[in-house]
Design a binder for this molecule. Structure first.
Ligand code: ZN
Ligand code: ZN
Length: 367
């Protein structure tokens, strides 16, 4: 019993299990939330997500959360967000005297209260700044931008944590991914454990034009061992299935969105360390389709540039790749046949020569 010692218990050292950073990307697309109004209004979803964030914070006193909104015009931080006008006010005591603190809030655990206040306030500002024209202009969501914001925050937090705690990865010269994960079964010397949860409501067709940046973000997460969990409330986004599949995250499409909190607590709360001992509720029938680079259409079978691996739904004009400009030998594809043949037969013959079906997406060097 002597081993249970208060000084040992509260001392932070590199031997402690590394804390976990949970970044939630909330799809705030007004079009999609309007369709969900009867089953799960946005306000209820936010309340559920806040409970989930609190549960994550309660798991370990050093756990961190971040919340990014993937809105229809832009991606924006909901938490943490540094404000210019209140930058000096970093201790909660002063804020409690302000208008933001309600009488009932003073007894709340401080990290819970700060997250709740910032998320609700920033979300309100985001919604107020959205004009009718913005909503009419597009019905997609800025998922690529939100993923990029999340990744940059994770990177910064990982470096800051390693500097503060002297994790082994700092000495390794950056070869070891900042989030550790696959290398050590032991918890010693691990960096900050990071994961991303996407609460998605938009469909795939809306995000097809962001195919390339989304895939690049997915590959970055894959390399850094950051699982992307996806909680799909409506629609079905092809790329997000691939995201969770490639990064070994959890993908769940909810049949009953009103049960969001239950799903969040049961399926998405365990961190990477716990997940090693769990059988995760991931889906097996992943949709691996890609979007063409020319029209951003989701295609089953396409044409692939043999130089840069760009995907096209139809042969590019004159056989010049639209991405790298290489002139591709198209053979006699598209030429008027001397004998009128059946269309299906003609396609089949050409497929063997210069076209390749693309069952899996490929990493793309940016144009
Ligand atoms: Zn196309
Ligand atoms: Zn090319």
């Amino acid at each position: 019993m002597n081993a249970v010692d208060a000084t040992e218990h509260y001392e932070t050292s590199a031997r402690d299990p590394a804390p976990s950073l949970l970044t939630v990307i909330l799809d705030t697309n007004p079009h999609a939330w309007a369709l969900l109004e009867n089953s799960l209004p946005l306000s209820k979803a936010i309340a559920n997500i806040l409970v989930f964030l609190n549960a994550h914070l309660a798991c370990n006193y050093a756990n961190e959360v971040a919340v990014v909104a993937s809105h229809n015009q832009k991606a924006a931080w909901l938490y943490p967000r540094v404000r210019q006008n209140t930058a000096s006010d970093t201790d909660g005591d002063a804020a409690m005297n302000g208008s933001s603190a309600e009488p009932g809030q003073v007894n709340k655990y401080r990290p819970f209260r700060i997250v709740e206040e910032q998320v609700t306030q920033n979300l309100r500002e985001l919604m107020e700044s959205t004009s009718g024209a913005d909503i009419q202009g597009t019905n997609s969501t800025m998922m690529a931008g939100a993923l990029t914001l999340a990744l940059s925050h994770i990177n910064r937090s990982s470096i800051a944590w390693a500097e503060a705690h002297g994790a082994d990865m700092a000495a390794a010269g950056g070869d070891v991914p900042p989030t550790g994960g696959s290398t050590g079964t032991d918890t010693m010397g691990e960096g900050l454990q990071s994961r991303i949860l996407i609460v998605s409501v938009s469909g795939a067709t809306d995000s097809a034009h962001q195919y390339i940046p989304i895939m690049n973000a997915i590959f970055a997460c894959q390399r850094l061992h950051i699982p992307i969990d996806v909680c799909k409330l409506s629609g079905d986004a092809v790329f997000l299935q691939q995201a969770s599949d490639a990064t070994k995250g959890v993908y769940m499409s909810l049949a009953e969105p009103q049960g969001l909190l239950q799903y969040l607590m049961m399926a998405f709360l365990p961190d990477q360390r716990s997940r090693r001992h769990l059988i995760l509720p991931t889906r097996v029938d992943v949709d691996f389709r890609a979007a063409c680079f020319c029209h951003r259409r989701v295609v089953d079978i396409g044409f692939v540039c043999s130089i840069c691996l760009s995907i096209f739904c139809e042969p590019p004009e004159n056989g010049d790749c639209l991405t790298c400009g290489t002139h591709l030998e198209m053979g006699d594809y598209g030429a008027k046949p001397a004998v009128v043949a059946r269309k299906k037969k003609k396609k089949k013959r050409v497929n063997g020569q210069s076209n390749t079906a693309t069952p899996t997406p490929t990493p793309t060097p940016g144009p």
